[in-house]
Write a protein that binds this ligand. Structure first.
Ligand SMILES: Cc1ncc(COP(=O)(O)O)c(C=O)c1O
Length: 379
């Protein structure tokens, strides 16, 4: 079945008792059992499994073409659980030189203390990644594509080959693309992570995360760790995310259309040093993005010739773009990564330039978005 059909129906058959066309919110912690050790339908306690969460997980599995999916309380809870499932203290992970600041903080400030080493590599340069892999043993190659906030593109198929040939696994953070635009598992990734807070939820009303895995053995190990550590998505959050997913395809089409116009407009603006958007033919990852993505997404970043203070000023001048962190909702957002979402990467190899502004281009009338940016940018 097609993507849109799966998004609306997979895991969401009408309720057998009432015919309700939307999965009920099973706001429940525990379940009556049919005998000692005989749970009904596999449900015994909602940390282990909950029917609303199951519906979300079945849908996510289908959308990413994986074997199983696990919904978490946040994207970072998903990342942490996956890493502590597949890595042991003493292992090393190869991480991008450009990634979400919170992901970097998890590696540098939490998992490093637990004994997980990391090295930084430019994931858009497959030869450099191969060199790193040849130099030292690596358990996981961690990739974001497009990256947050510089919108670099990594070649998923080539990195999967490189990782597998050295006995490493490939994890792709697919938050910026969403499964509508890009499906890393068929391209060779072993696991996909999401902040479902973003495009999957789509309405800036829920924090959530997910891991989708390619193989059943990893699924069993992850199910064990998640149950043992407990960072699960609650029933109402699962329901909100499922509701968002039903319209993912139509939302993404409009996000992409508006973002392409905004990126082109920025590329021609005299105050802009560089517009960063994988849909621009000048983008170094444009060709790979064209091959592995359906379209180029709703995120656009740009650098201002006038420098960091001008970037901060531009962020506080918009009226339609709301100044705020996060992304992927129906409303447009603007932010200054160096002082906001990526402040935790300051002084690290992942530090982002101060003259950078990041836009999450929403679903408003694009003429209004361009007029807003025209007012906010230096003349
Ligand atoms: C690319 C990416 N991955 C992961 C996360 C973390 O997700 P959450 O905020 O849901 O924990 C974010 C959050 O902004 C993100 O942008």
């Amino acid at each position: 079945m097609g993507f849109e059909t799966l998004a609306i129906h997979e895991g969401q058959a009408p309720d057998p008792l009432t015919g309700a066309v939307v999965p009920p919110i099973y706001q429940v912690s525990t379940y009556a059992q049919d005998g000692v050790g005989v749970p009904r339908g596999g449900y015994e306690y909602s940390r282990s499994a909950n029917p609303t969460r199951t519906a979300l997980e079945q849908c996510l599995t289908a959308l990413e073409q994986g074997t199983a999916a696990f919904a978490f309380a946040s994207g970072l809870a998903a990342e942490d659980c996956l890493l502590r499932t597949v890595c042991s203290p003493g292992d090393r992970v190869l991480i991008p030189d450009d990634a979400y600041g919170g992901t970097y903080r998890l590696f540098a400030r939490v998992l490093a203390g637990w004994g997980l080493g990391y090295a930084v590599a430019p994931m858009s340069d497959v030869a450099a990644v191969r060199e790193e892999l040849a130099a030292r043993a690596v358990r996981v190659v961690w990739v974001e594509t497009p990256t947050n906030p510089l919108l670099n593109i990594a070649d998923i198929r080539a990195l999967a080959d490189a990782a597998h040939s050295c006995g490493a696994m490939l994890v792709v953070d697919n938050t910026f693309a969403s499964p509508y635009l890009q499906q890393p598992i068929p391209l060779g990734a072993d696991a996909v992570v999401h902040s479902t807070t973003k495009y999957l939820g789509g309405h800036s009303d829920v924090i959530g995360g997910a891991v989708v895995v390619a193989d059943a053995q990893l699924a069993a190990r992850l199910a064990f760790t998640r149950n043992a550590t407990g960072g699960v998505a609650g029933p109402f959050d699962s329901w909100l995310t499922l509701r968002g997913i039903k319209t993912l395809a139509v939302r993404m089409d409009r996000h992409c259309r508006n973002a392409a116009r905004v990126a082109q407009w920025l590329a021609e603006h005299p105050a802009v040093a560089e517009a960063l958007y994988p849909g621009l033919p000048s983008h170094p990852g444009h060709k790979i993005a064209q091959e592995q993505m359906r379209a180029f997404g709703g995120m656009v970043s740009f650098r201002l010739l006038a420098g960091a203070e001008a970037a901060v000023r531009a962020c506080s001048r918009t009226e339609v773009f709301t100044l705020g962190e996060s992304l992927g909702g129906v409303e447009s957002l603007i932010e200054h990564p160096a002082r906001m979402t990526h402040a935790s990467a300051a002084g690290s190899p992942l530090e982002v330039p101060g003259d950078l502004v990041r836009l999450s281009v929403g679903l408003e009338d694009c003429d209004d978005l361009l007029a807003d940016l025209r007012r906010a940018l230096p003349a």
